[in-house]
Design a protein around this ligand. Structure first.
Ligand code: RM4
Length: 260
């Protein structure tokens, strides 16, 4: 059990990579506070996405709470920490994962699309990291913060001119936080997922030509799965990575290095 009796906060945890992180941490012995935003519509008789992941964690014998909030609002991080501490008494790990990627052409992109993307992906990561780091410092027992950056921190996307800078920013945020928080025993690292099949890119990858192009560019021959990323987050969150901080881990099937 790599995370036995640890308390983990996951943002954007009701779907995709965030959901996989929450479940993977629980499978390694953690209790989980899951932030989500708007995924509570129990449409067509199905359980809502957030209720579903809570149920999956409880089946593993661990505890989980759901805390709704838009991480772009500074107060959300503070509220999230308070709920986690009220429920579980402490915070050991943050998976700062919440993110959006509304693909959009550059020349006609309205300010609202840019501002919403920066607000959630970068400002949100900053606010939640700050709130959790304050709690960890007060606890005095260190901690681990793992942010979901992206391969897009390192390379571009023609319809991602608003998005890739936020992922580069998240990567850089972890580097600087590693320095600022090292004295408190708080480690800060990022994972850099490649093209992982999730709701985030379902519409984009519904285009067969795009999907085929991406799959052909990946040496391991397949798109990533959320679990592929979650297992790397568990490693960076755990004591196995006790001497790792300020680092980033590409989880991309070899996509980044594949020129020819
Ligand atoms: C990732 C990368 C993927 C894209 C997702 C939405 O950073 O750019 O290719 O599908 O974002």
């Amino acid at each position: 059990m790599l995370l036995k009796d640890k308390v983990v906060i996951v943002t954007g945890g009701s779907r995709g990579i965030g959901r996989a992180i929450a479940v993977a941490c629980a499978a390694e012995g953690a209790d989980v506070a899951i932030n989500y935003w708007g995924d509570n519509d129990a449409s067509y008789g199905k359980r809502s996405a957030i209720a579903d992941v809570i149920g999956e964690i409880e089946k593993l014998g661990r505890r989980a709470i759901a805390v709704e909030g838009n991480v772009a609002a500074p107060q959300t991080g503070t509220d999230l920490v308070r709920h986690a501490v009220d429920a579980f008494g402490k915070v050991d790990v943050l998976a700062s994962n919440a993110g959006i990627c509304p693909f959009h052409a550059f020349l006609d992109m309205p300010p609202s699309v840019l501002e919403r993307t920066v607000g959630v992906n970068l400002n949100g990561a900053f606010y939640v990291t700050q709130a959790v780091a304050r709690q960890m410092k007060e606890q005095g027992t260190g901690g681990s913060i793992v942010a979901t950056s992206s391969i897009s921190a390192l390379v571009g996307g023609g319809e991602q001119t608003h998005y890739t800078p936020t992922k580069a920013g998240v990567h850089s945020l972890m580097q600087s936080c590693a320095i600022a928080l090292g004295p408190y025993g708080i480690r800060c690292n990022s994972v850099m997922p490649g093209t992982i099949a999730t709701d985030l890119n379902a519409e984009d990858l519904a285009n067969e030509e795009k999907r085929s192009y991406m799959e052909k560019r990946i040496p391991l021959g397949r798109l990533g799965r959320p679990e592929d990323v979650a297992d790397c987050v568990v490693f960076l969150a755990s004591d196995r990575a006790r001497y790792v901080t300020g680092a980033s881990l590409l989880v991309d099937g070899g996509l980044f290095v594949n020129l020819q």
